[in-house]
Each structure stands twice: as C-alpha cells, then as structure tokens.
Design a protein around this ligand. Structure first.
Ligand code: C2E
Ligand code: MG
Ligand code: MG
Ligand code: MG
Length: 288
C-alpha cells in the first residue's frame, strides 16, 4: 500500500496495463475464431514496372472484418497473431488463399495471366513453421508455379535466427520463388547479410519513399539504397508511391518497381481481376 502510494505511476499504470492485456486477449480470441471460420480475406495491391508503367505483380495483404463489421488492419492483428502463435495457421492460410486466387485469375484469363504474386512472411512464422514445405504444398494444391511467387521477409527474421533463416531462404530459392527484403532500411541489422543470403529484391520502406520529394535526407537514403542494390545486382521496389511525380522521379533514379496509392490502394480480389483483365485486353488490342 505504501509503495503504491509513494509512486503515483503505479496506480495509473496498472489499470492501463490491465486494459491492454484485456484488449489483447479480446483480439486474440476473436482472431482465433476468424482464422478458424475463414473470416479473413486478402486484398491485392498492384506493383508496377516503373520504367514501362506495366502492371507486373500484386502484393497480397490480409484483412479482417470483425463481428461488428469493422475492418481491422494487419498492423494491429499481425502482432497479436505473432505473440499467440496464430501466425502459423494465418500464414498458411495467406499462402493458400494467394495461390488459389492466382489460379482463379489464370482460369478467368484462359491460361497463365502473366502476373506475379507477393506474399508476406512473418519472422515468427519463419521460426515456428516449416515454411518451405508450406509454400510448396499451397502452390502445388492450387496448381501454380513457384516461379510466379515473391516472398517478402523482414530483417527481423534474419536477426532472430541467422542460421535457420539461411537454410529456409535457400530452400525457398530452390523451390523457384523470388525473395524480397521488405521494409528495407528500417531493421537495425548488420548489412553483411546481403552478401550471404539469396535476396533478389530490396523493397524500400515507405517511410523513406512517401514525401521524399520534400526531404533531402530521404532522397539521400533512397539514392544510397538504389546504388547499393545496383552494386549487389539486386532489384528494387519502392512502396508508398502516392503521386505520379514520385513514380517518375523513382523511375528516373533507376528503381525497378513501384507500389502505392498513385497506382491503386489494396483491391478486393474481384477488382484486381478487373484491372488485370483490362490490362490483358489492352495488350491484346495493341498487338492487333
Ligand atoms: P507491408 O508488407 O510493408 O505492406 C505495405 C503496406 O503499405 C500495406 O499496409 C499497404 O496498404 C500500405 N501502402 C501501400 N501503398 C501505400 C501508400 O501509397 N501510402 C500509404 N500510406 N500506405 C501504403 P497494410 O495492408 O495495412 O499492411 C501492413 C503490414 O501488415 C504489411 O506491411 C505487412 O507487414 C503486414 N501484413 C499484411 N498482410 C500480411 C500477411 O498476410 N502476413 C504477414 N505476415 N504480414 C502481413
Ligand atoms: Mg510486404
Ligand atoms: Mg513493405
Ligand atoms: Mg512497410
């Protein structure tokens, strides 16, 4: 009693901590149900070739609509999924759903629709699950080639367990997938991993990209990442491109791919297919 009185912080801190735990528990229970009942879905955000403007890929982004019909963003539920271990079934679900969707688009287009798919892998998922086997299974079940998949990893996956991740990444490469380092530049990690690990693409975090035209420091960071990637023979993607001017600037700077609201927000699967189909018919029309 004396101690609680002596420190006012204790009194205010405890109920707050309790509320956080309770909220976390509530989300966890609801998320567990959402995973079980297939109440999650994927949205798909276009990724364009910056030089040609062509649509080349979609990134699959998880969405959760709760019982009240509210959309809960992945920045809130992925951490909960990671802490609770739900990231393993959620991660497997995302791989299967992305593969099934790509197979569906192929069928709608009467053959390989010529688009790639990028799926995010969490560091915890990589630690706890047999990810290469899960990837192989999901893609085989859907009947789509691993060569059409990019897997996005974050630097935290490397920091946690470098030996295990090296083996996992090698296995994923052997399957034929492309590997991208997501949120590149935000991870506090030793860059020497770039020499050792089979990374194909550096995906620059949007904190450097969005708003870089008004910020010399951000431009300097982006330029440094692009020249590092070029020297190491890696391709680059910029996320968070919100204006056409920014897309043009990044293209001129030699960035390979771009993603952001200037092109499109993450789309429902049906809208992504519409976009894909309009692109295909435009290409066919110009070929005739
Ligand atoms: P991320 O992989 O870096 O994905 C890019 C995020 O940036 C997405 O947020 C996307 O909607 C957002 N974004 C794209 N372009 C713009 C733009 O021009 N402006 C702004 N302001 N934002 C833009 P989202 O969908 O909320 O996802 C957040 C993060 O959640 C993702 O970041 C990824 O780390 C994680 N995530 C999403 N789906 C999955 C999943 O299925 N598995 C795992 N492990 N993580 C996922
Ligand atoms: Mg990503
Ligand atoms: Mg990213
Ligand atoms: Mg990001």
């Amino acid at each position: 009693v004396k101690r609680a009185k002596a420190s006012g912080a204790t009194q205010t801190y405890q109920p707050q901590a309790f509320a956080i735990v309770r909220e976390q528990f509530g989300i966890e229970t609801a998320l567990r149900r959402a995973v079980d009942d297939q109440r999650l879905r994927l949205c798909f955000q276009p990724i364009h070739d910056l030089a040609t403007g062509q649509l080349v890929s979609f990134e699959a982004l998880a969405r959760w609509t709760d019982d009240q019909g509210r959309t809960i963003t992945p920045t809130r539920f992925i951490p909960v999924a990671e802490e609770s271990g739900l990231i393993v079934p959620l991660g497997r679900w995302a791989l299967a759903a992305a593969a099934d969707t790509l197979a569906e688009w192929d069928r709608a287009q009467g053959g390989d629709c010529g688009i790639r798919m990028a799926v995010n892998l969490s560091a915890i998922q990589l630690q706890r699950d047999q990810v290469p086997a899960a990837v192989e299974q999901a893609l085989a079940a859907a009947g789509v080639s691993p060569s059409r998949f990019t897997l996005e990893l974050t630097e935290s996956a490397i920091v946690t367990d470098p030996d295990r991740i090296a083996t996992t990444m090698r296995q994923l490469k052997d399957l034929g997938t492309t590997l991208a380092m997501d949120d590149f530049g935000t991870g506090y990690s030793n860059l020497s991993y770039l020499q050792k690990l089979p990374i194909d693409i550096l995906k620059m975090d949007r904190s450097f990209v969005t708003g870089m035209l008004a910020d010399r420091d951000k431009i300097a960071i982006v330029r440094a990442i692009l020249s590092l990637a070029q020297a190491l023979g890696k391709r680059t993607t910029a996320e968070g491109i919100e204006t056409v001017e920014l897309a043009q600037t990044l293209a001129a700077m030699g960035c390979d791919y771009g993603q952001g609201y200037a092109y499109a927000r993450p789309l429902e699967a049906s809208d992504a297919l519409t976009l894909l189909a309009s692109r295909t018919s435009a290409a066919t029309a110009s070929a005739i």
